[in-house]
Design a protein around this ligand. Sequence first.
Ligand code: FAD
Length: 537
Amino acid sequence: MSATRNLPTELDAVIVGAGFSGLYQLYKLRQLGMRVKVVEAGSDIGGTWYWNRYPGARCDVESMHYSYSFDPELEQEWEWTEKYPSQPEILAYIHHVADRHDLRKDVVLDTKVTSAHYDEDSALWTVRTEDGQEVGARYCIMAVGCLSVPKKPEVPGLERFRGDWYHTCDWPESGVDFTGRRVAVIGTGSSGIQAIPIIAQQASELTVFQRTPNFSLPTFNGPIDREMVADIKSRYRAIREESRQSGFGIAIEPPTRSALEVDPGERHRNYEERWQRGNLTGVLQAYTDLLADEEANETAAEFVRGKIREIVDDPDTAEKLCPKGYAFGTKRPCLDTGYYETFNADHVQLADLRETPLVEITEKGVRTSDREYEVDSLVLATGFDAMTGALLNIDIRGRGGQPLREKWQDGPALYLGLNPAGFPNLFTITGPGSPSVLSNMIVSIEQHVEWITDLVDHMRRGELRTVEATETAEKEWTDHVREVGDMTLYPKTDSWYMGANVPGKPRLLMAYLGGVGPYWQKCQEVAANDYEGFALS
Ligand code: FAD
């Protein structure tokens, strides 16, 4: 635990958020000899992996790749136990890293940042917290997370409910025992799909309320293969580099052929072989055009639907679980352990909210348009106000007092996903307009942190005070992000990538789809060309 909740009044840099991003940024800026603090709303470090303690919470990137690469000794020493790391194991890893590098002493917990205002005369940011503290700093780094603000349920009545209720991303630390309870889970995104099989093992009755079915693939999770670990550790440096140059931040063989140029039998065999690998990229990366061509995509989508129909005994339930009307991969696909199988149990039922919409939460449970479901416990797996939610929760004001909320009213605009024009010395880690949530995020986090650190170092060496994106560079980049997105099927789907899960949110693809490697090369080029597109003074 940090020793104090008090911030000093002056710092060189304030970092908001103590997840993977904020902690690494602290480590790097401290190496420059700067006075830095991390301000974190939660009661402990870990970010995503502190908050999301729901049963079954697990990463969808394999353990050996979902870890920091900056400490070569650590990556040799640390032993993961499973193919996919569970939330407690990732949190233990984060704690270990924090202890190893003595990071906690500069983390201020239980402290929420409410505003960050830029003063043009002093070229300083003033960061204020909910408990009334105020700190001035040259740099303000938002490491607030892309999936850290829970989306409020859209149905009325939660306050009336007499049972107990939980949001997956604010789960009680002591856990919840659903034994003998009638449970409702609302939401079948990644968190719901991970939690449902485990809750079903305890509950006496489980009703799953599904609005949009998701594509989910099996993890085939289990104890980590020690031979594979030894192999990766013997080549870790090269693998990390490959990941940085890859499309999604994971070193895999990129596809070379269109799904439409192979005959259906071969295609099916290829999908089957990739399904058995138990990972997100297998089926999705089988062919070059799965995310760009509807007909190609449909071949993979239908393969997954075939699997659902094979697994789920009741044909009617199977059909309801089959995603239709949007392309496979354009909503974040899920990885599961026994999700579809869960619906074969007699005490588990599926309520299809497209047929009978959710009306309200009542004192006793959940009412849809056709009936009331009485339950003892309610689990909300209703997702996040992704990518911009945490940034816009803070009253951020740049030059001339311009609120970021105003600048972004039609959608986020930043240069390289790193800095919005008019907001000098403010950086966003994995911000909108960077590969971010469409990548193995640790890779993207490390890239951003290192790039920001190099820039700050450059500023200090040159005795420069301010750096900010030019309007032109920001516009060109934002247009480019949109153009690349428009070459894919993503914008056609209502997803949280598009902001479509939050009523009133501007609808546009927030992450950059040009690939982790090409994006990184662009950032490096910008730096090499005297930070082209940024004004430094
Ligand atoms: P976070 O871990 O979200 O940390 C941000 C921190 O900022 C939070 O602790 C929050 O409390 C704090 N904060 C926000 N606003 C304020 C404020 N105003 N004042 C003070 N503190 C504030 N990524 C993958 O690559 N692969 C996966 O398989 C994967 N699985 C995921 C599963 C779940 C359930 C979730 C929610 C996310 C998953 N992610 C995954 C994404 C995950 O968020 C990132 O991989 C990574 O953990 C993000 O780290 P971060 O430090 O950027 O953000």
